[in-house]
Design a protein around this ligand. Structure first.
Ligand code: T4K
Length: 416
């Protein structure tokens, strides 16, 4: 069992057992400083400093240096794929792959995702066609995908949301039958598997994000992985302005390169990856066990028989049973210094420029609308202990037990 981290944020209050002890009513907050979702996992700092020192000594800071090459090899090996193209972030990875696949016109994407998935298309003047998701998996619903295909459709982008794999086989079948390109935004799914096969090897290619807030980070970073070596070669050129050789540019390209320092962080994250996953799994089990006793709250499950990174701790709130809405609970937690996140509120289709360009999109997205209203993401990661989870769950349990009083107080505060 984990011990409380050295810099514990637990305040000195005992268990909350009366509503007036909740910070919402003026009680002492459960946490003495802010607790974030997405607090970075940090590996062995000494090892990172050694690597940084080596990079500085070599005076080779970017442009495909030895650390990036070593990082790409590790990713390739882990995903069991032929090719890895490391990038400066997950957004550029998406943009490069979309362009390299020749997607144009319309591409089908879930509306329930981080906005970057749609932006990567719109940025290249490709229309994201928003598709609804399955209420259980939160991933593209293949039956809805089929309905949205038009003569302008050139591709499908599945997102393995929360690290839970899409219905890959159904999407592959549709893409093949309708002659569409299929790629996956696997930003959440590094080190996860589907039917025993690592995410990374599905569709034409898949992209990862290694942003600071991901369970495995390179500060900023991303990668495209594929078994198609010709596609990979094209993307390597696109990542580096289209340079085939010195003075010879053969493609429209950008600057999507990962730096040596980011790759050094990535190698350091690899060293600690098993520990990151173990603490995520421990927290997932602990949260799941204790949240189960709160009426109206349910944990969005991971398939623990597959490889899983346990990065996101996702909870759905049924207001009718809990007596409080997701937004009420987020406010209760904020008062306690816990910044739970409403990912992915309000749905990409309700963000600009999509709201203006496609104002009616929500009409065919009932599940997306429901999830954006009811899902909250809670803190986890190697710096969040089971004692802290107990404190957080205790606060939520008390709030739900005294839902009418909490509701009245929230109402009073919003009218004040
Ligand atoms: N596709 C999908 C499905 C994605 O989820 C993402 C990114 C992408 C594509 C694009 O990949 P990248 O281009 O980002 O590599 C965060 C991340 O910035 C974003 O990477 C991530 N998805 C998204 C789900 O979450 P925000 O707007 O929530 O970030 P922010 O600044 O509010 O940070 C989140 C929390 O983390 C905060 O509570 C503060 C905390 N934090 C953040 C940073 C940067 C820390 O404690 N330390 C830190 O260093 O988007």
């Amino acid at each position: 069992m984990a011990t409380i981290p050295r810099n514990s944020r637990l305040s000195k209050i005992k268990t909350v057992s009366k509503p007036e002890q909740l910070a919402l009513f003026g009680g002492q907050p459960a946490f003495s400083s802010r607790v974030h979702v997405g607090r970075p996992n940090i590996g062995d700092k000494a090892r990172l400093y050694e690597r940084l020192d080596d990079i500085l000594e070599r005076r080779w800071l970017t442009n495909g240096g030895p650390y990036v090459q070593a990082f790409e090899t590790r990713v390739r090996e882990m995903c069991n794929v032929k090719e890895c193209v490391a990038t400066c972030n997950g957004s550029i990875a998406l943009e490069i792959l979309i362009r390299a696949l020749g997607m144009t016109g319309e591409v089908i994407v879930p509306a329930y995702t981080f906005v970057a998935t749609a932006h990567a298309l719109q940025w290249q003047e490709i229309k994201p066609v928003f598709c609804d998701v399955d209420p259980k998996t939160h991933n593209l619903d293949p039956a809805r995908v089929e309905e949205l295909i038009t003569p302008r459709t050139t591709g499908i982008i599945g997102v393995h949301l929360w690290g839970n794999p899409c219905d890959v086989e159904a999407l592959e079948e549709i893409a093949k039958r309708r002659g569409l390109k299929l790629m996956f935004d696997a930003a959440h799914a590094f080190a996860c598997s589907h039917k025993g096969k690592m995410i990374g090897g599905f569709g034409e290619a898949e992209t990862f994000s290694f942003h600071a807030t991901k369970f495995f980070n390179t500060f900023e970073g991303g990668a495209i992985v594929t078994n198609d070596s010709e596609l990979a070669e094209k993307m390597r050129l696109m990542r580096n302005f289209g340079f085939k050789s010195k003075d010879k540019v053969i493609y429209l390209g950008s600057n999507g390169k990962m730096t040596e320092i980011c790759a050094a962080m990535g190698l350091t994250s690899f060293d600690a990856m098993d520990d990151f996953i173990a603490s995520g799994a421990r927290n997932y089990e602990h949260y799941s066990k204790h949240i189960a006793r709160i009426p109206g709250l349910s944990v969005v499950p991971h398939d623990t028989s597959e490889a899983c990174n346990y990065h996101y701790m996702v909870v759905q709130v049924d207001e009718a049973l809990a007596g409080l809405s997701r937004d009420d609970l987020v406010k209760v937690l904020e008062a306690e210094n816990v910044l739970a996140r409403r990912y992915f509120y309000p749905g990409v289709h309700r963000m600009e420029p999509y709201l203006s360009l496609q104002p009616m999109a929500g009409l065919v997205l009932p599940v997306t609308e429901e999830l954006s209203r009811t899902i909250m993401v809670l803190p986890t990661g190697d710096a969040f202990s089971v004692e802290e989870i107990d404190r957080l769950v205790n606060v939520v349990e008390e709030a739900v037990a005294h839902a009418p009083a909490v509701r009245a107080e929230l109402e009073r505060q919003s009218n004040a």
